[in-house]
Design a protein around this ligand. Structure first.
Ligand code: RUG
Length: 807
């Protein structure tokens, strides 16, 4: 505690009696990071000594969540710190709450990246994460009259003690300008890019501590600044205001995270962000991380760049540019190295989510890269046409350059052509990539496609977020080895039949529910009854995820009770909890949020359903809220239309915290169900091939409306204005979309969903059997550790190995 007080006095400049909670938090964070610093430096020293093959995880998003608790856990300092602080009259929990989480991601994709770097550090894999230090992360969601209103997320306002800026290591990144021929000293004609403007990328380093192994890896996020040359030129011209504007222009690049999830917007600034961070990262790796005399022909033995979705794919032409234009390699030599060092993870099945950059924009912003892409494509098509001489249609389908609706660069095709491996993120997803989305490519490059099912870190999402369950597991397994070896959870399986263990397991769940109730009262003023079933659907708001299906279930129950069709005594008391942000420009998603809140307002105020149905929709669902919400859930809603959710990772978090899943045969649900068995999973809905068949034969949502009275009553009730003070126009777009378009077959799956919910009620009525299933869900969830995902990437994609520290 001496170090802590020193930090408070000399770091924050306050003494204990005057220190604010923020001072106390910052001082604690700095104390912990000092402690980790020795390990960080040792990791770096050892890494440069051993020069083992590393992994660079390139991701536009890292949704980290709060750092303090994770750092304390990794360093095994929690108890000692808690005790020391309490000696000073400070409550550790209060300091935990003072941390503002860095929300540098939208949802699953960004959180996955954060889980992966945690696992890489824990598994002693030499690796580095590269991304963007957004000044504003994902927006803070508020509700005004039930409608989503976005507020900027200023996570840096009170200072971030976890970052280490290195302005002296800034790198320059260029954009625009033109390309022309020029003659080399030896007479070779080369292409020369004369850029129009440049910015600086300033690296901010973050510690990524491994759990209990003394290793600390690095996450390097880039922040944009104006170059000095840029400034000087304009300052010298005497235009001060213009110079300041230029500064702002440059800094805009890392100003804000684009809040779209699963549907790219194709904006110029977004392409600037993508090129900015990969150009910084490649330059950093080649010039700083590699030893000065490194022979780049050996690059494939030293590094593998993993492209997290298409966002960093512009790294491929960038590395070609570095090798051909800067290092003066031949095209063929450069290509032979480039095609050995990248792999691509695809995270979607929605065709509209695969990024295509307009040639006009790409050519204007990165003219040399466009030329390089054209050449890669030319050579690719040459080989393709040789393999399929009479199949011009195939060449058009597979070309990196799309001709329609405008000329564009298909980034997924570029990544597939250049990548060593292409992987999907769950077994079904990878299969559908091979069979449908990238079918032509899978035929052409049969060995390239593989699957790596996603995972989650058990450190954050069980050990830290669910201390009650963790204690129980540790006791049952006999040690806490499960935290870094999640397969050990299998040892819980026999305990599912042990009545005393079940009682204690139930007690943990009940305590987690009470904890959530308390958090929601303080955070949102929402009052909940912990003795109800907590039925939870938290994820981004997207039509394919089908929050409307869940809502139709709520409305159906409400309608049945209030009309007397259902005796209120026969209804299982449920709390329906939603958490979801909608992309600010996604109108339908925002309408659905408005509708959920409107239904909630009416249901919660109606004495007829009091104590039976409650709807809770706390605003601003984020990692921090997930950490209390998920451990409290009884039922996990994973109800996307089959064939649309690539994986889902929330589903895994719920399972490992002892919730049962109601879900479709989609994404990683398929593997969850295989592991837990049909008796411990509530499956419903059309399968992917059935969906394809329905769509092919012509889908008519109205026919379901006409033939299913429950559905008709529920939709009619919404359309009647019952949830909008009699105003029928408010939710008309949602209802009419469901009735006349329903792209994600909500109405087709409605009855099957109601039936599955009836099975949920029946199962919940037997607490012993329910608890048994919940325990089996935990016991069989070890597969979903992100440590296992990392092992799969190491074996199937990266061919790199852990480097144990010298002990
Ligand atoms: O929608 C997917 C999730 O199914 C998946 O679990 C997650 C991580 O793999 O990635 C999500 N995703 C996909 N987020 N953005 C995209 C855009 O392609």
């Amino acid at each position: 505690m001496r170090e802590y007080l020193r930090e408070l006095n000399f770091g924050q400049g306050v003494d204990l009696s005057r220190a604010s909670v923020n001072d106390q938090y910052l001082a604690l964070a700095r104390t912990v990071r000092h402690y980790l610093m020795v390990r960080w430096l040792e990791t770096l020293r050892r890494q440069s000594e051993v020069q083992a093959k590393s992994v660079a995880y390139l991701s536009a998003e890292f949704l980290l969540g709060r750092q303090l608790d994770n750092a304390l856990l990794a360093a095994d300092l929690t108890d000692i710190v808690e005790e020391g602080l309490s000696g000073l009259g400070i409550d550790l929990d209060t300091l935990r709450q003072a941390e503002v989480e860095p929300g540098l991601g939208n949802g699953g994709l960004g959180r996955l990246a954060a889980c992966f770097i945690d696992s890489l550090a824990t598994m002693n894999v030499p690796s580095i994460g590269y991304g963007i230090r957004y000044e504003y992360g994902i927006f803070r969601q508020t509700f005004v009259d039930g409608w989503q209103v976005e507020k900027p997320d200023s996570w840096l306002t009170l200072g971030s003690p976890w970052e280490f800026p290195h302005p002296e290591m800034a790198v320059e990144v260029s954009f625009g300008g033109s390309v022309a021929d020029w003659e080399d000293d030896d007479g070779t004609v080369r292409r020369r890019w004369t850029p129009g403007w440049s910015v600086l990328g300033v690296p901010y380093n973050y510690m990524v501590p491994g759990y209990g192994n003394g290793r600390v890896n690095t996450l390097r996020l880039w922040s944009a600044r104006a170059t000095r040359a840029f400034d000087l030129e304009i300052f010298n011209s005497g235009d001060y205001a213009q110079a300041v504007r230029a500064q702002t222009f440059a800094e805009n690049i890392s100003k804000v995270l684009y809040p779209e999830d699963s549907t790219p917007q194709g904006k110029e600034l977004r392409l600037q962000q993508q090129y900015f961070f990969v150009a910084c990262s490649l330059k950093d790796f080649v010039d700083q991380v590699l030893p000065k005399d490194f022979d780049l022909t050996n690059l494939p033995d030293r590094i593998h760049f993993q492209l997290n979705d298409t966002h960093p794919v512009i790294a491929i032409p960038e590395l070609m540019r570095i090798l051909v234009d800067e290092k003066k390699w031949s095209w063929d030599d450069a290509w032979s190295v480039v095609r050995q060092v990248f792999s691509y993870t695809c995270h979607t099945l929605l065709p509209e989510a695969l990024e295509v950059w307009s040639v006009e924009l790409l050519g204007r912003l990165l003219p040399r890269h466009l030329e390089i892409i054209y050449r890669i494509n030319e050579e690719f098509l040459l080989g393709l046409r040789a393999a399929y001489p009479d199949d011009e249609l195939r060449a058009r389908r597979m070309s990196i350059v799309a001709e329609f609706p405008e000329r564009g660069i298909r980034m997924a095709h570029l990544a597939t052509v250049a990548g060593v491996k292409v992987n999907g993120v769950a077994a079904l997803h990878s299969q559908l990539l091979r069979d449908k989305v990238l079918h032509d490519f899978a035929e052409y490059y049969p060995g390239k496609f593989t699957n790596v099912t996603n995972g989650i870190t058990p450190r954050r999402f069980v050990r830290l977020s669910n201390p009650g369950l963790s204690g129980l597991i540790t006791e049952a397994v006999g040690s806490d080895a499960w935290v870094s070896d999640l397969d050990r959870l299998r040892e819980l399986e026999p305990l599912a039949d042990d009545a005393e263990f079940r009682r204690r397991f139930r007690e943990v769940k009940a305590a987690n529910k009470r904890r959530l109730v308390q958090v929601l009262v303080e955070r949102d003023g929402i009052e909940l009854d912990p003795d109800t079933m907590f039925d939870v659907m938290v994820k981004r708001l997207h039509e394919y995820k089908r929050q409307t299906l869940k809502l139709l279930h709520v409305v159906t129950l409400y309608q049945q009770i209030t009309t007397g069709a259902l005796d209120v005594e026969d209804v299982t008391p449920r709390t329906f909890a939603f958490g979801a942000k909608a992309a600010p420009g996604y109108r339908m998603a925002k309408q659905i949020i408005g509708l959920i809140n409107a239904v909630g307002r009416t249901v919660n105020a109606d004495p007829a359903v009091q104590g039976r149905l409650t709807v809770a929709f706390p605003a601003n669902y984020n990692v921090t809220l997930a950490e209390t919400l998920i451990p409290a859930a009884d039922l996990s809603e994973q109800i996307s239309l089959a064939g649309k959710e690539a994986s889902g990772t929330g589903n895994m978090k719920f399972m490992l915290n002892g919730a049962l899943t109601i879900g479709t045969d989609d994404g990683a649900n398929v593997e969850i169900r295989e592991l837990v068995g049909d008796d411990n999973f509530f499956l419903f809905g059309l399968t992917e091939p059935e969906v394809a068949e329905v769509v092919e034969s012509g889908y008519h949502p109205t026919s379901y409306y006409e033939t299913n009275p429950h559905l008709r009553h529920a939709l009619d009730l919404i359309a009647s204005g019952a949830f909008s003070d009699g105003d029928r126009s408010v939710f008309e777009p949602v209802v009419s979309n469901l009735l006349h378009e329903d792209r994600f077959l909500v109405l087709a799956d409605f009855q099957a969903y109601l039936d599955a919910q009836a099975r949920v009620d029946a199962a919940y009525a037997d607490p012993e059997a329910w608890t048994r299933s919940a325990i089996l869900n935990v016991a069989r969830g070890g597969f979903f550790s992100s440590d296992r995902s990392m092992r799969d990437y190491l074996d199937r994609v990266w061919h790199a190995h852990p480097v144990p520290p010298i002990s």
